[in-house]
Write a protein that binds this ligand. Structure first.
Ligand SMILES: [Zn+2]
Length: 354
């Protein structure tokens, strides 16, 4: 495989930006990892999830109550991913390594392999953002066409409508299909021949077995198959659509660059400029969106500083905006969540056209 290189990793922009951000942490005497705020959030999401699980599996309740609770559990599950697992996988949840690992392993508890998430997200997506054929996040072919270099089929003309179903199936597919494809092919995005050691094999299979027992077998035994499949479908659909939307709203909206390497394997921009050109913020003024998405609405700051916890992004974003303006780099953001969703739909419509 050809080696892909950015046009420099130490641009004036990135050097300037890092210096200003480091000064901020020095001046305010803050750690770059999460503080008490992330612990409060982790407690909120964990307690909400466990309570919902116990109520849904062990308490016989009417449908009008159980369905909204399944929706709530789906939103909370996505919230655990955004607020605990994501920071944990980047090593920014806490300075305490065990706490960090626990946050990361919340993903295994929810049925997915944190090992393959690390390769897919922390390594591939964060390095080769929006590069077709490398970034697994935009590799949803043939179901969706997310950039111009991908092959277009006639049914893509309708992708701005049916994407909802694809996103809704993502979490289910992640647990029971996509992880297994990665496991058996040893391939994620542009990484192949991935080495899997003994403890990762054990971790992978125990994750799948324990999840299936706790979230499929036990609920069927307690509730019966019909009640289980109804509630589980709602729960999985809500989780899938929430996770997919939050990640897609940051990279697959209008104005985003979708790059591809030149013949010599070089990417036109330096790494930091590439990150800003391929990433968009949304609803940064909304405290609710910022709380729930674990700072993924400050995605530009996250891509430039993935090892800094999301609790610091609102402050860091002021610095990033200033430095971008100083170096003439466009900084994209959608004012509200609705604006971002509309922009994503427009992008899908554009990519579906002939
Ligand atoms: Zn990330």
């Amino acid at each position: 495989m050809q080696e892909i290189k950015f046009n420099g990793n130490q641009s004036d922009f990135y050097i300037d930006l890092r210096k200003r951000v480091n000064e901020y942490f020095k001046d305010t005497n803050k750690e770059k990892t999460g503080d008490y705020r992330i612990i409060v959030k982790a407690l909120f999401f964990s307690i909400s999830f466990i309570t919902s699980y116990i109520l849904l599996v062990f308490v016989d309740m009417p449908v009008w109550l159980s369905i909204p609770l399944c929706v709530y559990a789906g939103i909370i599950t996505a919230g655990i991913g955004f607020n605990m697992m994501h920071d944990g996988s980047h090593g920014s949840f806490s300075q305490n390594k065990s706490l960090n690992k626990m946050a990361e392993l919340s993903l295994n508890f929810l049925g997915c392999s944190s090992f393959f998430w690390n390769v897919k997200h922390v390594v591939v997506h964060h390095t080769y953002t929006n590069i077709d054929g490398m970034d697994d996040d935009i590799g949803n072919e043939p179901m969706l066409r997310l950039c111009e270099t991908q092959k277009r089929y006639a049914f893509h003309a309708l992708q701005q409508y049916y994407f909802v179903f694809i996103y809704g199936l993502l979490y289910l597919g992640w647990i029971f299909l996509l992880d297994f494809i990665k496991y058996f092919s040893r391939k994620v995005g542009n990484k192949d021949n991935i080495h899997i050691n003994a403890s990762t094999h054990v971790g992978f299979w125990s994750t799948k077995v324990i999840y299936s027992l706790l979230f499929v077998a036990l609920p069927i035994w307690q509730l019966g198959f019909v009640k289980f499949i109804t509630g589980y479908s709602v729960y999985m659909f809500v989780t899938g659509i929430t996770i997919s939307l939050v990640f897609q709203l940051a990279h697959c909206v209008e104005n985003m660059a979708f790059d591809h390497p030149m013949k010599d394997g070089k990417i036109a921009n330096d790494w930091a400029t590439h990150q800003v050109a391929t990433t968009s913020n949304f609803a940064t003024q909304s405290k609710l969106v910022s709380f729930f998405t674990g700072g993924l609405n400050f995605q530009i700051e996250h891509h430039l500083f993935p090892k800094i916890s999301h609790v610091h992004y609102p402050e860091i974003s002021k610095i990033v905006k200033n430095v971008c303006a100083k170096h003439g780099i466009s900084y994209f953001e959608q004012k509200t969540l609705l604006n971002a969703i509309v922009s994503h739909v427009k992008h899908l419509k554009e990519m579906g056209k002939k």
